[in-house]
Design a protein around this ligand. Structure first.
Ligand SMILES: C[S@@+](CC[C@H](N)C(=O)[O-])C[C@H]1O[C@@H](n2cnc3c(N)ncnc32)[C@H](O)[C@@H]1O
Length: 156
């Protein structure tokens, strides 16, 4: 699995706990730059971004689940290039929420998902100017929406 956009590790820490509790042989890669980005307005006031210690904070926060979580410190599009097409069971997108970013993330990561795999992301219902919803609706069909997340089941 890959999560794209991990910030301080909250969602991937939950995921890591569920993976460990499942007893299954599942690994998740955590993709983020952990660096200040123009698209992320909340970066401007965050002390960890300002002091360039965000990555250290992430690693510390996920340390209890580090045996199943591997940080990949690259931009979304750079990271997508590291994976073979059809190699991932699940990709979850929660990175830049601007329309153009989401369109590019979908185009880059969809081919990486295996047939019968799942492609999903956060903030379908709550992004500025409905950017995530518009980008997803134009790119993927059918989707389901649960807890504000969009989910696409790639056909086999
Ligand atoms: C909304 S936060 C993720 C929150 C996280 N999933 C959670 O629930 O704890 C978005 C993250 O995406 C990262 N990000 C934004 N654009 C990115 C890009 N193009 N490539 C990689 N990471 C990006 C930001 O640095 C930020 O850490």
């Amino acid at each position: 699995m890959v999560e794209v956009g991990c910030w301080k590790g909250k969602s991937i820490a939950y995921l890591g706990v569920e993976i460990i509790n499942s007893g299954k042989d599942i690994k998740v890669d955590a993709v983020d730059t952990w660096a200040e980005m123009e698209s992320e307005s909340y970066h401007k006031t965050d002390v960890y971004v300002k002091t360039n210690t965000l990555y250290q904070l992430f690693c510390s926060n996920i340390s209890p689940v580090s045996k199943v979580v591997t940080p990949v410190r690259l931009s979304s599009l750079e990271a997508a290039n590291q994976y073979a097409d059809g190699s991932l069971d699940v990709v979850f997108i929660d990175a830049c929420h601007e329309y153009d970013c989401v369109k590019k993330d979908i185009a880059a990561w969809l081919p990486k998902v295996k047939p019968n795999g799942y492609f999903a992301g956060h903030d379908y219902l709550w992004s500025s100017e409905d950017a995530v919803k518009r980008a997803v609706d134009e790119s993927l069909s059918p989707i389901s929406v649960t807890e504000g997340c969009w989910v696409y089941h790639k056909k086999g």
